[in-house]
Design a protein around this ligand. Structure first.
Ligand SMILES: NC(=O)c1ccc[n+]([C@@H]2O[C@H](COP(=O)([O-])OP(=O)(O)OC[C@H]3O[C@@H](n4cnc5c(N)ncnc54)[C@H](OP(=O)(O)O)[C@@H]3O)[C@@H](O)[C@H]2O)c1
Length: 254
């Protein structure tokens, strides 16, 4: 094994990725398995979790366990954690990745239902999952929790305020959880800028006449595999002295 391989080695670790069926979550789950981890792929659509888990298992030879869950529903999260521990006996890495920001016309058109759904998925669910898994990680001797946030939490735009506020709450959660579960469990924020996943299909990029990403230093959106390096850093012992941190992967936010 080369030097970099051993630094990022995840052999026999167990990595739970919410929203692991598509987009950035799928990239991170695949990468973890490539580095030797068994993975749990959790999202609402069981069929897509099964498909992704089968692809990961076939191409990496690692175990990949699909699980259906709505992360915004508190009462479903105990079941996810129990299933993960029943299947693998431990969780070494929790990636709180599932998230979304629905479109709305105006701030007054934001319904209480939409607001609650956004906060439940992007903030409440990660809080509950981190509490359930973090406590068990401490008892088991350590682990890494990664909260996938958004550059919108630093630069809140009017068209995604509930989401920006929920992700800002997630940033705060990271710092508090790092204190709660240290010194053995590390908790970090992986803060994404614009990435070309299913989310970006609603951005109207085909109709754009000027570069919508010209304000970024790199002048472009990220391709999903470009999340992997930062994710593997936070999952692995490569980041053994990094906790309570925000790692920005955003093409250079102004
Ligand atoms: N792409 C970007 O530009 C961008 C920018 C900043 C931050 N982020 C953040 O990065 C994370 C991943 O985004 P992405 O672009 O990869 O999104 P994506 O391609 O839309 O994938 C979202 C994933 O989350 C799952 N999911 C959605 N709602 C869920 C729920 N209620 N319960 C459980 N799983 C749920 C989806 O599967 P199901 O539909 O089967 O549930 C899917 O696996 C999110 O937290 C997002 O806020 C993304």
């Amino acid at each position: 094994m080369g030097y970099a391989d051993s630094l990022f080695d995840l052999t026999d670790r167990v990595v739970l990725v919410t929203g692991g069926s598509r987009g950035l979550g799928r990239e991170m789950a695949f990468a973890a398995a490539q580095c030797g981890a068994d993975v749990i792929i959790a999202s609402r659509n069981l069929e897509s979790c099964v498909v992704t888990a089968e692809e990961i298992a076939a191409s990496t030879g690692r175990a990949a366990f699909p699980y259906q869950v709505h992360v915004g529903r508190w009462e479903q999260l105990d079941g996810l954690v129990q299933a993960a521990y029943d299947r693998f006996g431990k969780v070494d890495v929790l990636v709180n990745n599932a998230g979304m920001s629905p479109l709305y016309d105006s701030l007054t058109s934001v319904s209480e239902k939409l607001f609650d759904a956004v906060v439940n998925l992007n903030l409440k669910g990660p809080f509950r999952l981190s509490a359930l898994v973090g406590e068990r990680m401490v008892a088991d001797g350590g682990g890494s929790i990664i909260n996938v946030s958004s550059s919108g939490s630093l630069r809140p735009a009017p068209d995604m305020l509930p989401y920006a506020a929920a992700k800002a709450g997630l940033n705060a959660l990271t710092e508090g959880l790092a204190k709660a579960y240290g010194p053995t469990v590390r908790v970090n924020t992986l803060m994404a800028g614009p990435f070309l996943t299913d989310i970006s299909k609603s951005w109207g990029l085909e109709q754009a006449t000027t570069n919508p990403f010209a304000h970024l230093s790199l002048k472009r959106a990220g391709n999903p595999p470009e999340i992997i390096g930062a994710a593997l850093y936070l999952m692995s012992d490569a980041s053994s002295y990094t906790t309570g941190a925000i790692l920005r992967v955003d093409g250079g936010l102004p």
